[in-house]
Design a protein around this ligand. Structure first.
Ligand code: B12
Length: 210
């Protein structure tokens, strides 16, 4: 039986080598990749967030924990797919301007890729005009905006506005997400969809193009 608590503790103590070892052990025991992700890694990152908020963990440690999680996501990536046929639809995804958080956004990108979507991941701190030019260049049908800071949520609205002003609004479905984002906020800024996690985000994207 996989000890998810050991995984959580190891992520919180930022030990990347031990964490990747635990993930590989769990896979060898046939633990589903989705369980490792949700019950081990995301649960561990939630604790990291609490410790950060309480002043028990500081930026350098949080960054190390994030890197350790990133190494594990590389291992899990090929195993998180679903079996749906490829749609070939093009998605542009990025973290909005001013925001450097990318773990959740990369998970969303990963799940969408696994679902057969063609994902163009712009990275972090992406200004509205870069989203617009990439939608145009890739002739994208879906754009996904991620934000983890309450202070960068307004950049989501600015990005939606820039897409409207560019004349591309009718061509794309706009999805938003990230820990502080809600359905109410998505409605308020004129996005088409919000999802609370990567699995639901991927399902929603597929529903938009089917
Ligand atoms: C790791 C982390 C960092 C790392 C980021 C490393 C990286 N490469 O991403 C570092 C150390 C760089 C960092 C920096 C900062 N951080 Co920080 N960070 C976190 C932490 C602990 C975890 C975030 C995370 O990765 N979660 C795990 C992933 C899997 O979850 P997720 O991102 O929510 O994504 C899921 C869903 O939201 C959804 N989703 C995500 N994006 C999208 C997009 C779409 C379209 C959809 C549909 C869904 C979706 O699907 C994802 C997968 O299921 C959070 C705490 C927390 N609990 O969120 C704080 C947190 C977000 N950070 C915080 C703060 C304050 C900061 C700093 C300002 C600290 C500082 N004083 O410098 C800086 C800001 C830097 C910047 N300009 O961005 C605060 C934000 C508070 C607020 N209300 O705004 C938090 C909440 C911590 C806290 N409790 O105080 N941080």
């Amino acid at each position: 039986m996989t000890d998810f608590n050991a995984m959580i503790d190891t992520l919180v103590s930022c030990d990347a080598d031990k964490l990747t070892g635990l993930v590989n052990d769990a896979l060898a025991e046939n633990t589903p990749a989705g369980d490792i992700l949700n019950k081990g890694l995301i649960a561990g990152m939630d604790i990291v967030g609490e410790k950060m908020e309480n002043g028990e963990m500081f930026i350098p440690e949080v960054l190390m924990a994030a890197q350790a999680m990133g190494s594990c996501l590389d291992i899990l990536k090929p195993l998180l797919g679903d079996d749906d046929a490829s749609s070939g639809a093009r998605v542009v995804i990025g973290t909005v301007k001013g925001d450097l958080h990318d773990i959740g956004k990369n998970l969303v990108a990963m799940m969408m890729e696994s679902a057969g979507l063609e994902v163009h991941n712009l990275g972090v701190d992406i200004p509205p005009e870069d989203f617009v030019s990439e939608i145009e260049k890739k002739d994208a049908q879906i754009v996904c905006l991620s934000a983890l800071l309450t202070t960068t949520m307004p950049a989501m609205k600015q990005t939606v506005d820039a897409i409207v002003e560019s004349g591309l609004r009718d061509q794309v479905k706009i999805m938003v997400g990230g820990a502080p984002v809600t359905q109410a906020f998505a409605d308020e800024i004129g996005a088409d969809g919000f999802a609370a996690d990567a699995g639901s985000a991927s399902k929603m994207a597929k529903s938009f193009i089917s």
